[in-house]
Design a protein. Sequence first.
Length: 634
Amino acid sequence: MEERMASYREVYDGWKADPEGFWMEAAKEVDWIKAPSRALDDSRAPFYEWFADATCNTCHNAVDRHVEAGHGDRVAIIHDSPITGTQQKITYAELQERVARLAGALAAKGVVKGDRVIVYMPMVPEAAIAMLACARIGAIHSVVFGGFAAHELAVRIDDCTPKAVIAASCGIEPNRVVPYKPLLDAAIEQAREKPEFCVVLQREQAPATLIAGRDHDWHAFQDGAEPAPCVEVGGADPLYILYTSGTTGQPKGVVRPTGGHMVALLWTMRNIYGVGPGDTYWAASDVGWVVGHSYIVYAPLLMGCTTIVFEGKPIGTPDAGTFWRVIQEHGVKAFFTAPTAFRAIKREDSAGEFVKKYAMPSLEALYFAGERCDPDTLNWAAEKLGVPVIDHWWQTETGYAIAANPRGLELMPVKAGSPTVAMPGYDVQILDEGGHPMGPGKLGAIAVKLPLPPGTLPTLWNADDRYRKSYLEAFPGYYETGDAGMIDDDGYLYIMARTDDVINVAGHRLSTGAMEEVLAGHPDVAEAAVIGVHDDLKGQMPLGFVCLNNGCSRSHDEIAKECAKRMRDELGPVAAYRTTVVVDRLPKTRSGKILRKTMVQIADGQDVKMPATIEDPAVLDEIRSALGSIGRGT
Ligand code: COA
Ligand code: AMP
């Protein structure tokens, strides 16, 4: 007789009644070296650790164990690169060989357990190989997204002090080749902490000049290297650090613990994504983001799936049918991307003509995350693809979904605009300003009762105090997500806005504080404010306001151009920063705080709620007229 699947409610309540038992059961999916005797260690609360008395190795679980189980011939990674017109398939056996060799070469150069290694690479399989090679020898990788400029890379080098950097000579964007090596050289030049050596994957589109004594060619570096075995690491040891935007120019180094990460990701693959060994899973994101870490590299490989490393864009490589081509050609079962990618496709092909050209019988569901999913996009995707479209909500800090529709367990009714319900491990509450839980339908700060579940951040890299201040102080006993929203009568969550200065541009999380620091560095700028304004394609776009130094009579157009260039040079093209408005004054409260929310309301043409604390309401008229001059605010 077929066993009845447990419902979401049963599983969630089961977790709540016995979290320890729930996670110990989930931990059975992992191949431990020394099995955990218990799940949670709260002896250092609020710095919680999971599976701390166990030992294991992530690379063993993601690669070697599948080969040992006889699945060496299964394809582990498909590199599908419409931007270069190439494809490559790597089996689990080949992956093991390539990862072990790179790991061996790194170890021979003195990289040991606990050392940091920065990976600065585009969407090539070598990026995943570099990550896994670090995991194999217990080194902590930190991947930096290719769209960040040299300064951002330098900040990360100084923060995590890597022994080595593994880079590619270039990335490829639809309109240009992006040479990474000059950015890497400039970053190392700027950084106080210099890595001992660099390994560079030469790509034919822009081979790099190597610096003798410091830089090594990817192939020559590994030539003849002794393959390295997987080393034993502690269950709570860091697997990686991933930097994400906070409220200032200093990014936060989110630490990912080894054991809990494997346990949690494996649970999500079965219960949220409904996939198992041998299935093809595709997350169209980038290895530089958390989605890429969790669902391009680790989760699919841990589960023994085939994962796709896609080097292309939803449109223009070569057309709005690329996604459907990849799904058809590789038999993708679960597909994950950001809503902005679908908005781009919908804009080019609203009738879905390209969808009709491909047969996608393998596709069972589409998953969206990274930004708020507008109902139009969700409905369009559901209608055109004819599969459930699942919005789920998570953050770099958590590494996997806080709220989702657990399709692998039970497909719950989809409500457009809601990422559905809290996942086991997460006791999500809506809190008022005093930290009191609010009833259904009430808008407040979204917080998660401590402890956070396995795999989530235990702290920030070398910054315990900042971890406490950023996440734990506002609401004692809770983790503050930085998002605001509500829960309805059915327990469905709605994510409405950020409560801090983080904005979301094309699914990329960016800090307006960091942008303001860049603008403030312009010699003619006395004061600056950056806000995120609505954009039909990217969700939000940054918009800058600057007040000039007294006596500055330079052309405003010229200054605006210089501001955009500065942002590109210092933060990177990913900031997508284009527009700067010169104003005489910024609207402020009597205590001097800039009224950014009010500026957003004006720019987006919303009803403006006049803040009671405003110093001079007349400034809002000046802002209104400045925005009118660039066609916004009506
Ligand atoms: N290396 C170098 N530059 C990069 C880059 C990378 N890895 N990724 C993006 N950029 C550049 C782009 O070329 C663009 O430069 P430009 O100003 O010269 O045109 C700039 O950064 C902004 O990029 P983006 O915001 O991605 O916009 P776009 O216009 O190139 O593409 C979309 C728009 C919607 C097609 C694109 O954003 C997309 O596919 N988004 C998917 C979202 C996603 O994967 N999110 C990850 C979290 S799930
Ligand atoms: P990141 O850390 O880059 O993954 O960004 C996390 C932030 O993106 C969250 O805190 C939200 O503000 C936003 N976000 C991610 N997924 C969703 C979603 N499904 N719905 C609404 N906002 C989301």
